[in-house]
Write a protein that binds this ligand. Structure first.
Ligand code: UDP
Length: 236
């Protein structure tokens, strides 16, 4: 299968890793995500990932009630590091070489984020997993995904979600929600469509990085989308 893109960033939310559990990680799901990534690496695509932390952080957010926002956000960023290590482990088990780079330096756990070094890893066929979001409180991992995709000169930002694209409303709650094949960044912003937060959309728009939204629940879909098939919404 020939890929349409040379270098892509995959944004996986923390929730995508927890399967049916209420919080935390489901090892089977993490392994499946690793195979999804591997199949795209095997197509010759350079892949980097940004992983969210919602699965761990929202599990402990009760404990963060009343806490200063910035402190809670740092806890959220640490959660993304745990997820990054889990995904790294699963990818290496599947035979894919990886590096984790954290926006918050953690010398004995992973590499610090160094843009040129990350690019070099990808040129060598390694999957780089960016952890700790942007390293700043008051941001999200969606924004981190748009930021890293811009810095790494990615041809596309792949947003893995629970459904097969962008809808006018949550299709799990609203029966007649309309699904879009194609949208512009401005449509997403002006209609306040729930894809990624506005700063992530704006950053992708400024740097002309198409966003492809697809379902992570369909086996082999990441590779299908890379080949221009599969079901996805493209935002340009
Ligand atoms: N976070 C942050 N700065 C960042 C990225 C993340 O402060 O650049 C914190 C924030 O508290 C967020 C949490 O980390 O709620 C987990 O990230 P996110 O909610 O984006 O994860 P996802 O919903 O994708 O699992």
């Amino acid at each position: 299968m020939a890929a349409r893109y040379k270098r892509v960033l995959l944004k996986l939310s923390g929730e995508a890793l927890m399967g049916d559990r209420g919080y935390g990680l489901d090892p089977k799901v993490v392994d499946r995500m690793a195979l999804e990534v591997k199949s795209v690496v095997d197509m010759g695509v350079q892949v980097c990932c940004v992983i969210g932390g919602g699965n761990i952080f929202r599990g402990i957010s009760g404990a963060a009630t009343g806490m200063e926002r910035a402190t809670a956000d740092y806890m959220g960023m640490l959660a993304t590091v745990m997820n990054a290590l889990a995904v790294q482990n699963a990818l290496e088990k599947a035979g894919v070489q990886t590096r984790v780079q954290s926006a918050i330096p953690m010398a004995s756990v992973c590499e610090p984020y160094i843009r040129r070094r990350a690019a070099r890893h990808m040129e060598k066929g390694r999957v780089v997993i960016f952890a700790a979001g942007t390293g700043n409180p008051f941001f999200t991992t969606d924004t981190a995904a748009a930021l890293r995709a811009s810095e790494m000169g990615c041809d596309a930002l792949l947003k893995a979600t629970g459904v097969d694209g962008v809808y006018s409303a949550d299709p799990k709650k609203v029966k007649d929600a309309v699904r879009y094949d194609r949208l512009t960044y401005l449509q997403v912003l002006s209609q306040d469509l729930q894809v990624m937060d506005a700063s992530a959309i704006s950053l992708a728009r400024e740097n002309k990085i198409p966003i492809l939204v697809f379902s992570i629940h369909t086996d082999g879909e990441f590779a299908e989308v890379m080949a221009g098939r599969g079901k996805f919404t493209i935002i340009t």
